[in-house]
Design a protein around this ligand. Structure first.
Ligand code: FES
Ligand SMILES: [Fe+2]
Length: 382
Protein backbone atom coordinates (compact mmCIF):
# COMPACT_ATOMS: atom_id res chain seq x y z
CA UNK A 1 0.00 0.00 0.00
CA UNK A 2 1.43 3.38 -0.84
CA UNK A 3 2.09 5.75 1.97
CA UNK A 4 -0.52 8.36 1.02
CA UNK A 5 -3.21 5.69 0.95
CA UNK A 6 -2.05 4.24 4.23
CA UNK A 7 -2.16 7.65 5.84
CA UNK A 8 -5.62 8.34 4.44
CA UNK A 9 -6.87 5.07 5.87
CA UNK A 10 -5.39 5.79 9.26
CA UNK A 11 -6.92 9.22 9.17
CA UNK A 12 -10.33 7.87 8.29
CA UNK A 13 -10.20 5.32 11.06
CA UNK A 14 -8.32 5.54 14.30
CA UNK A 15 -7.38 9.21 14.15
CA UNK A 16 -11.02 10.22 14.59
CA UNK A 17 -12.19 9.02 17.96
CA UNK A 18 -15.90 8.41 18.23
CA UNK A 19 -16.12 9.35 21.88
CA UNK A 20 -15.92 12.91 23.16
CA UNK A 21 -12.36 13.35 24.33
CA UNK A 22 -12.43 16.34 26.61
CA UNK A 23 -11.46 19.95 26.24
CA UNK A 24 -8.87 20.78 23.62
CA UNK A 25 -6.30 23.41 24.41
CA UNK A 26 -6.18 25.99 21.63
CA UNK A 27 -2.43 25.79 21.31
CA UNK A 28 -2.19 22.00 21.16
CA UNK A 29 -0.32 20.95 18.06
CA UNK A 30 0.42 17.34 17.30
CA UNK A 31 3.66 18.18 15.57
CA UNK A 32 5.11 20.00 18.57
CA UNK A 33 5.65 16.94 20.76
CA UNK A 34 9.36 17.21 19.98
CA UNK A 35 11.22 20.30 21.15
CA UNK A 36 13.66 22.06 18.82
CA UNK A 37 17.39 22.09 19.60
CA UNK A 38 17.91 25.46 21.29
CA UNK A 39 21.52 26.63 21.42
CA UNK A 40 21.00 29.98 23.14
CA UNK A 41 20.55 28.64 26.66
CA UNK A 42 22.78 27.55 29.50
CA UNK A 43 22.92 23.78 29.97
CA UNK A 44 24.43 21.57 32.63
CA UNK A 45 27.09 19.24 31.24
CA UNK A 46 28.65 17.78 34.40
CA UNK A 47 28.65 17.71 38.13
CA UNK A 48 31.44 20.10 39.19
CA UNK A 49 33.16 17.42 41.22
CA UNK A 50 33.37 15.28 38.05
CA UNK A 51 35.28 17.98 36.15
CA UNK A 52 38.99 17.43 36.68
CA UNK A 53 42.22 16.43 34.99
CA UNK A 54 40.55 13.84 32.80
CA UNK A 55 39.42 14.81 29.31
CA UNK A 56 35.74 13.92 29.53
CA UNK A 57 33.52 13.75 26.47
CA UNK A 58 29.82 14.55 26.41
CA UNK A 59 27.49 15.12 23.48
CA UNK A 60 25.15 18.11 23.76
CA UNK A 61 22.66 19.32 21.13
CA UNK A 62 24.22 16.77 18.79
CA UNK A 63 27.69 18.32 19.18
CA UNK A 64 30.68 16.54 20.73
CA UNK A 65 32.19 18.47 23.65
CA UNK A 66 35.11 17.76 25.93
CA UNK A 67 35.60 19.26 29.36
CA UNK A 68 38.47 19.40 31.83
CA UNK A 69 39.88 21.64 34.52
CA UNK A 70 43.04 23.72 34.20
CA UNK A 71 45.72 23.49 36.89
CA UNK A 72 44.35 26.71 38.41
CA UNK A 73 40.89 25.12 38.71
CA UNK A 74 39.19 26.93 35.80
CA UNK A 75 36.93 24.63 33.79
CA UNK A 76 37.37 24.44 30.02
CA UNK A 77 34.89 23.22 27.40
CA UNK A 78 36.03 22.63 23.83
CA UNK A 79 34.67 21.10 20.67
CA UNK A 80 35.67 17.43 20.92
CA UNK A 81 36.80 17.26 17.31
CA UNK A 82 40.38 17.92 16.29
CA UNK A 83 40.56 20.57 13.57
CA UNK A 84 42.80 18.23 11.56
CA UNK A 85 40.86 14.99 10.98
CA UNK A 86 38.15 15.33 13.62
CA UNK A 87 39.62 12.71 15.96
CA UNK A 88 38.06 13.28 19.43
CA UNK A 89 40.34 15.45 21.55
CA UNK A 90 39.01 13.57 24.57
CA UNK A 91 41.05 10.60 23.32
CA UNK A 92 44.22 12.66 23.34
CA UNK A 93 46.18 13.68 26.42
CA UNK A 94 46.71 16.62 28.70
CA UNK A 95 50.07 18.35 28.44
CA UNK A 96 49.91 20.93 31.20
CA UNK A 97 46.78 22.95 30.43
CA UNK A 98 46.89 22.07 26.72
CA UNK A 99 45.46 19.08 24.86
CA UNK A 100 47.56 17.04 22.49
CA UNK A 101 45.47 15.20 19.89
CA UNK A 102 45.94 11.44 20.14
CA UNK A 103 46.15 10.99 16.36
CA UNK A 104 48.83 13.33 14.94
CA UNK A 105 49.61 15.46 17.95
CA UNK A 106 48.08 18.81 17.02
CA UNK A 107 48.12 20.71 20.29
CA UNK A 108 45.46 23.12 21.53
CA UNK A 109 45.44 25.64 24.31
CA UNK A 110 42.26 26.20 26.30
CA UNK A 111 41.11 29.08 24.11
CA UNK A 112 40.80 26.34 21.45
CA UNK A 113 43.67 27.79 19.40
CA UNK A 114 46.06 25.28 17.85
CA UNK A 115 49.59 26.11 18.99
CA UNK A 116 51.59 23.24 17.55
CA UNK A 117 51.35 20.73 14.70
CA UNK A 118 53.99 18.29 13.46
CA UNK A 119 55.78 19.49 10.37
CA UNK A 120 54.43 23.03 10.57
CA UNK A 121 57.20 25.54 9.78
CA UNK A 122 58.63 26.85 13.03
CA UNK A 123 57.70 30.43 12.19
CA UNK A 124 54.20 29.55 10.98
CA UNK A 125 51.39 31.13 12.87
CA UNK A 126 48.68 28.51 13.16
CA UNK A 127 45.54 30.48 12.58
CA UNK A 128 43.01 27.77 13.33
CA UNK A 129 41.66 25.89 16.28
CA UNK A 130 38.59 24.30 17.75
CA UNK A 131 35.63 26.12 19.23
CA UNK A 132 35.86 26.95 22.93
CA UNK A 133 32.53 27.33 24.70
CA UNK A 134 31.73 29.76 27.51
CA UNK A 135 31.19 27.83 30.72
CA UNK A 136 30.59 28.58 34.39
CA UNK A 137 29.88 26.73 37.62
CA UNK A 138 26.64 27.29 39.54
CA UNK A 139 25.09 25.11 42.19
CA UNK A 140 26.57 21.61 41.98
CA UNK A 141 27.16 21.79 38.22
CA UNK A 142 29.24 22.98 35.27
CA UNK A 143 27.12 24.85 32.71
CA UNK A 144 27.89 25.54 29.07
CA UNK A 145 26.62 28.13 26.56
CA UNK A 146 26.55 26.93 22.95
CA UNK A 147 24.77 29.90 21.40
CA UNK A 148 26.44 32.99 19.94
CA UNK A 149 29.34 33.68 22.35
CA UNK A 150 28.57 37.41 22.51
CA UNK A 151 25.20 36.52 24.09
CA UNK A 152 26.67 34.35 26.84
CA UNK A 153 25.82 35.88 30.20
CA UNK A 154 26.51 33.69 33.25
CA UNK A 155 24.08 35.88 35.22
CA UNK A 156 21.35 34.16 33.24
CA UNK A 157 22.20 30.67 34.48
CA UNK A 158 18.87 29.44 35.86
CA UNK A 159 20.14 27.94 39.11
CA UNK A 160 17.58 28.63 41.86
CA UNK A 161 18.52 29.08 45.48
CA UNK A 162 18.26 25.76 47.23
CA UNK A 163 18.68 24.63 50.83
CA UNK A 164 22.33 24.63 51.84
CA UNK A 165 22.50 21.17 53.44
CA UNK A 166 25.37 19.27 51.84
CA UNK A 167 24.89 16.22 54.08
CA UNK A 168 21.24 15.92 53.05
CA UNK A 169 21.80 16.48 49.33
CA UNK A 170 22.25 13.91 46.62
CA UNK A 171 23.16 14.48 42.98
CA UNK A 172 22.60 11.97 40.21
CA UNK A 173 22.22 11.44 36.51
CA UNK A 174 19.90 9.64 34.09
CA UNK A 175 20.03 9.33 30.33
CA UNK A 176 16.50 9.59 28.94
CA UNK A 177 15.91 7.98 25.53
CA UNK A 178 13.54 10.73 24.42
CA UNK A 179 13.38 14.28 23.17
CA UNK A 180 13.98 16.73 26.03
CA UNK A 181 10.45 18.12 25.76
CA UNK A 182 9.04 14.75 26.81
CA UNK A 183 11.16 14.92 29.94
CA UNK A 184 10.05 18.50 30.63
CA UNK A 185 6.40 17.48 30.21
CA UNK A 186 7.00 14.51 32.49
CA UNK A 187 8.36 16.83 35.18
CA UNK A 188 5.56 19.38 34.75
CA UNK A 189 2.66 16.90 34.90
CA UNK A 190 3.05 15.25 38.26
CA UNK A 191 -0.27 13.46 38.09
CA UNK A 192 1.99 10.58 37.01
CA UNK A 193 3.40 10.37 40.56
CA UNK A 194 0.51 8.10 41.52
CA UNK A 195 0.44 5.92 38.43
CA UNK A 196 4.15 5.55 37.69
CA UNK A 197 5.80 5.86 41.10
CA UNK A 198 3.10 5.18 43.70
CA UNK A 199 4.41 8.37 45.33
CA UNK A 200 1.12 10.28 45.68
CA UNK A 201 -2.41 9.20 46.42
CA UNK A 202 -5.11 9.26 43.79
CA UNK A 203 -7.12 12.06 45.40
CA UNK A 204 -4.14 14.39 45.61
CA UNK A 205 -3.26 13.94 41.94
CA UNK A 206 -6.83 14.93 41.09
CA UNK A 207 -6.12 18.44 42.38
CA UNK A 208 -5.10 20.53 39.39
CA UNK A 209 -2.12 22.90 39.80
CA UNK A 210 -2.61 26.65 39.61
CA UNK A 211 -0.53 29.25 37.82
CA UNK A 212 2.36 30.73 39.80
CA UNK A 213 4.74 33.58 38.92
CA UNK A 214 6.96 32.31 36.11
CA UNK A 215 10.49 33.29 35.04
CA UNK A 216 11.25 34.56 31.52
CA UNK A 217 10.86 31.74 28.99
CA UNK A 218 9.33 29.57 31.65
CA UNK A 219 6.21 28.41 33.42
CA UNK A 220 5.39 27.77 37.05
CA UNK A 221 2.63 26.10 39.01
CA UNK A 222 1.68 25.54 42.59
CA UNK A 223 -0.91 23.39 44.27
CA UNK A 224 -2.08 22.68 47.78
CA UNK A 225 -3.64 19.42 48.88
CA UNK A 226 -5.33 19.86 52.25
CA UNK A 227 -4.88 16.24 53.22
CA UNK A 228 -2.51 13.75 51.63
CA UNK A 229 -0.29 10.83 52.63
CA UNK A 230 3.45 11.48 52.87
CA UNK A 231 4.34 8.20 51.09
CA UNK A 232 7.78 8.01 49.44
CA UNK A 233 9.30 11.15 50.99
CA UNK A 234 8.92 9.75 54.51
CA UNK A 235 11.59 7.11 53.86
CA UNK A 236 14.36 9.71 53.60
CA UNK A 237 13.78 11.37 56.98
CA UNK A 238 12.30 8.60 59.10
CA UNK A 239 8.69 9.76 58.88
CA UNK A 240 5.56 7.64 58.63
CA UNK A 241 4.65 7.07 54.96
CA UNK A 242 0.98 6.70 55.90
CA UNK A 243 0.80 9.91 57.91
CA UNK A 244 -1.76 12.42 56.64
CA UNK A 245 -0.48 15.96 56.15
CA UNK A 246 -1.16 19.20 54.31
CA UNK A 247 1.01 19.29 51.21
CA UNK A 248 2.09 22.12 48.95
CA UNK A 249 3.83 21.33 45.66
CA UNK A 250 5.36 23.72 43.18
CA UNK A 251 7.33 23.44 39.98
CA UNK A 252 9.10 26.05 37.86
CA UNK A 253 10.50 25.40 34.41
CA UNK A 254 13.29 27.74 33.27
CA UNK A 255 13.59 27.73 29.47
CA UNK A 256 14.63 24.36 28.09
CA UNK A 257 17.24 23.63 30.69
CA UNK A 258 16.10 23.49 34.29
CA UNK A 259 13.04 22.24 36.13
CA UNK A 260 12.88 23.03 39.83
CA UNK A 261 10.29 21.47 42.10
CA UNK A 262 9.52 21.42 45.79
CA UNK A 263 7.15 19.68 48.19
CA UNK A 264 6.39 21.29 51.52
CA UNK A 265 4.49 19.33 54.18
CA UNK A 266 2.78 20.64 57.30
CA UNK A 267 0.82 18.90 60.04
CA UNK A 268 -2.96 18.88 59.74
CA UNK A 269 -4.74 21.57 61.83
CA UNK A 270 -5.38 19.24 64.81
CA UNK A 271 -1.84 17.81 64.83
CA UNK A 272 1.20 19.53 66.34
CA UNK A 273 3.93 16.97 65.55
CA UNK A 274 6.36 18.33 62.95
CA UNK A 275 6.39 16.54 59.62
CA UNK A 276 9.66 15.09 58.39
CA UNK A 277 10.85 15.92 55.88
CA UNK A 278 9.14 19.32 55.95
CA UNK A 279 10.61 20.32 52.61
CA UNK A 280 12.08 18.52 49.62
CA UNK A 281 13.62 20.39 46.71
CA UNK A 282 14.58 18.78 43.42
CA UNK A 283 16.35 20.50 40.54
CA UNK A 284 16.47 18.63 37.25
CA UNK A 285 18.89 19.99 34.69
CA UNK A 286 17.60 18.94 31.29
CA UNK A 287 20.30 18.87 28.60
CA UNK A 288 19.50 17.57 25.13
CA UNK A 289 22.10 15.08 23.92
CA UNK A 290 20.44 15.14 20.52
CA UNK A 291 16.85 15.14 19.22
CA UNK A 292 16.04 11.80 20.84
CA UNK A 293 18.24 11.53 23.91
CA UNK A 294 18.34 13.77 26.95
CA UNK A 295 20.79 14.06 29.82
CA UNK A 296 19.09 14.59 33.17
CA UNK A 297 21.32 15.84 35.99
CA UNK A 298 19.38 16.08 39.24
CA UNK A 299 19.95 17.24 42.77
CA UNK A 300 17.66 16.59 45.70
CA UNK A 301 17.93 18.15 49.13
CA UNK A 302 15.73 17.68 52.18
CA UNK A 303 15.21 20.01 55.12
CA UNK A 304 15.72 17.37 57.80
CA UNK A 305 18.59 15.01 58.53
CA UNK A 306 18.66 12.01 56.23
CA UNK A 307 18.07 8.77 58.10
CA UNK A 308 19.25 6.67 55.18
CA UNK A 309 22.71 6.73 53.64
CA UNK A 310 22.91 9.31 50.83
CA UNK A 311 23.89 6.41 48.55
CA UNK A 312 20.60 4.70 49.44
CA UNK A 313 18.57 7.81 48.65
CA UNK A 314 20.48 8.21 45.39
CA UNK A 315 19.81 4.59 44.52
CA UNK A 316 16.10 4.97 45.20
CA UNK A 317 15.83 8.09 43.03
CA UNK A 318 18.23 7.19 40.26
CA UNK A 319 17.73 3.47 39.84
CA UNK A 320 14.08 3.13 40.82
CA UNK A 321 12.03 6.35 40.63
CA UNK A 322 13.68 8.06 37.65
CA UNK A 323 14.22 4.72 35.96
CA UNK A 324 10.43 4.33 35.98
CA UNK A 325 10.21 7.66 34.14
CA UNK A 326 12.86 6.57 31.65
CA UNK A 327 10.79 3.53 30.78
CA UNK A 328 7.69 5.67 30.28
CA UNK A 329 9.27 8.39 28.14
CA UNK A 330 11.05 5.80 25.99
CA UNK A 331 7.67 4.30 25.15
CA UNK A 332 6.17 7.72 24.42
CA UNK A 333 9.07 8.59 22.11
CA UNK A 334 8.67 5.28 20.27
CA UNK A 335 4.98 5.91 19.69
CA UNK A 336 5.53 9.52 18.64
CA UNK A 337 8.15 8.37 16.13
CA UNK A 338 5.94 5.64 14.74
CA UNK A 339 2.74 7.69 14.63
CA UNK A 340 1.62 8.38 11.09
CA UNK A 341 -1.88 9.63 11.84
CA UNK A 342 -2.74 13.06 10.56
CA UNK A 343 -4.19 15.89 12.58
CA UNK A 344 -4.68 15.98 16.30
CA UNK A 345 -3.04 13.01 17.95
CA UNK A 346 -3.05 14.04 21.61
CA UNK A 347 -5.77 14.98 24.05
CA UNK A 348 -5.04 17.65 26.61
CA UNK A 349 -6.39 18.25 30.09
CA UNK A 350 -5.91 21.17 32.46
CA UNK A 351 -2.76 19.52 33.84
CA UNK A 352 -1.22 19.89 30.38
CA UNK A 353 -1.45 23.64 30.09
CA UNK A 354 2.05 24.16 31.47
CA UNK A 355 3.64 21.66 29.10
CA UNK A 356 1.71 23.13 26.19
CA UNK A 357 2.86 26.61 27.06
CA UNK A 358 6.46 25.35 27.18
CA UNK A 359 6.02 23.94 23.67
CA UNK A 360 5.10 27.41 22.46
CA UNK A 361 7.86 29.15 24.47
CA UNK A 362 10.50 26.78 23.09
CA UNK A 363 9.25 27.25 19.52
CA UNK A 364 9.47 31.04 20.05
CA UNK A 365 12.99 30.75 21.50
CA UNK A 366 14.04 28.78 18.45
CA UNK A 367 12.48 31.31 16.09
CA UNK A 368 14.36 34.14 17.85
CA UNK A 369 17.58 32.17 17.66
CA UNK A 370 17.16 31.67 13.92
CA UNK A 371 16.35 35.37 13.44
CA UNK A 372 19.41 36.41 15.39
CA UNK A 373 21.67 34.07 13.45
CA UNK A 374 20.27 35.28 10.15
CA UNK A 375 20.58 38.96 11.02
CA UNK A 376 23.92 39.04 12.79
CA UNK A 377 25.83 35.96 11.74
CA UNK A 378 24.94 35.00 8.20
CA UNK A 379 26.37 31.58 7.47
CA UNK A 380 26.15 30.33 11.06
CA UNK A 381 24.66 26.90 11.42
CA UNK A 382 21.94 26.86 13.98
S1 FES B 1 43.22 14.23 13.83
FE1 FES B 1 44.07 15.36 15.44
S2 FES B 1 46.06 15.66 14.83
FE2 FES B 1 45.24 14.59 13.17
FE1 LIG C 1 8.37 10.79 37.47
Amino acid sequence: MNEAKELAQADAGFAKPRLPIGPVMPDAKADAAMGPMIFSAWYVIAKSTDVGDTLTPIRVLGEPLVHYRKADGTPVVLDDRCAHRRYPLSRGRRVGDTIECGYHGFTYENSGKCIWAPGAPADASLNFGVRAYPCAERGPWLWVWMGPPEQADPQQIPMPDVLDRPDDTVCGYKLNPCNYLMLIENLLDLSHLHFVHDAADRDSVSVVPEEAPAPPNGVAWRKVVEEAEVLLAAHFAGGDPKRRVRQEDGTTQFGPSLCFGYQRRDPLPDDDTPVVPALIQIAHAVTPLDERQTHQFFMTVISDPLVVEPAQMLHLLQEIVFEQDVEVVAQVQANVDADRRQGRTEVNMPYDRFGLRMRRILADMKAREIDYAASSHPGNRI
